[in-house]
Design a protein around this ligand. Structure first.
Ligand code: URA
Length: 272
């Protein structure tokens, strides 16, 4: 094989990985995969409590512990009149079990405080845990590129359904999401977005209280309703950027979702 062919092959391989979101072939600091694996095993050996009974339109039945943590989250969130105090209240909150399962810090939000679009992901990963901001790792970089291509990069507020990294990057449980939900809801009340983009099945299920797979929900419009029913917003589930990194062939579906959402975001409000 000639040197020129080798170089083309290498360039093509690098372009393939770049397209899949892999932009660096090394990390700044060593990663202890054994410790990560051990954390995952520990998390798996402690099965989460059974999920609350939840169906659209039905009351949610919770254990007393979860109910009292939700009540204190509601009280703490209600006292916050701006995003800074909400961030501080989240950081000080002790009611979410994830806080004591190895997370380095609370990860609340990034973006524009009065953005027309709020993006709600599942929960922080390792990069977010290290940097204290949501969607700053590989999946976040892909999300940013998509937002930029859609002209949305300066029009979003980004947060998650839970604010502490679940050990081993497992999916947050419905209980953990329920405890953090009053803070998410308060963020929606303070930012006042026109619509929500729900990234991933765990976000869509929790925010919409629906038990459907993300592949059937994505790209469709739903109504998100505040717990006290005071607010309703259009909400669209979409594929999680981490899933797109693993399955690049699905990127066009997420792109289509983003275009549909952008078109509605920019549509002039009809007079009532
Ligand atoms: N995945 C998420 O759902 N949220 C983040 O903040 C990062 C990765």
């Amino acid at each position: 094989m000639s040197l020129a062919v080798d170089q083309r092959a290498v360039e093509s391989l690098l372009a393939f990985w770049a397209d899949a979101g892999v932009e660096a072939l090394y990390a700044d600091a060593p990663i202890d995969r054994l410790a990560e694996g051990a954390a995952m095993l520990r998390a798996k050996s402690q099965p989460p409590p059974p999920p609350p009974v939840s169906r659209p339109g039905m009351a949610v039945v919770r254990s007393p512990d979860v109910a009292s943590a939700v009540a204190s989250a509601k009280a703490a969130a209600a006292a916050c009149q701006d995003l800074e105090s909400l961030a501080a209240a989240i950081a000080a909150f002790e009611g979410c079990p994830l806080k004591s399962q190895g997370a380095k810090q609370a990860v609340f939000s990034r973006g524009v405080s009065n953005a027309p679009l709020m993006i709600i992901g599942e929960g922080p990963g390792a990069d977010e845990d290290a940097q204290g901001q949501p969607f700053v790792g590989r999946a976040g970089k892909l999300l940013d590129r998509m937002l930029q291509a859609a002209g949305l990069e300066d029009r979003v507020f980004i947060t998650n359904t839970v604010f502490w990294r679940p050990p081993g990057n497992r999916t947050p449980t419905p209980q953990e999401q329920a405890v953090c939900a009053p803070f998410v809801e308060r963020a929606i009340a303070l930012v006042k977005p026109k619509m929500l983009l729900l990234a991933g099945g765990a976000s869509a299920k929790a925010m919409l209280k629906r038990d459907e797979g993300i592949l059937s929900m994505r790209g469709r419009w739903f109504e998100w309703v505040a717990e006290d029913q005071s607010t309703e917003l259009p909400a669209m589930p979409t594929l999680h950027p981490a899933f797109l990194l693993r399955t690049p062939a699905q990127k066009k579906k997420a792109w289509q979702d983003l275009l549909t959402l952008t078109e509605r975001l920019d549509r002039p409000d009809r007079p009532h």
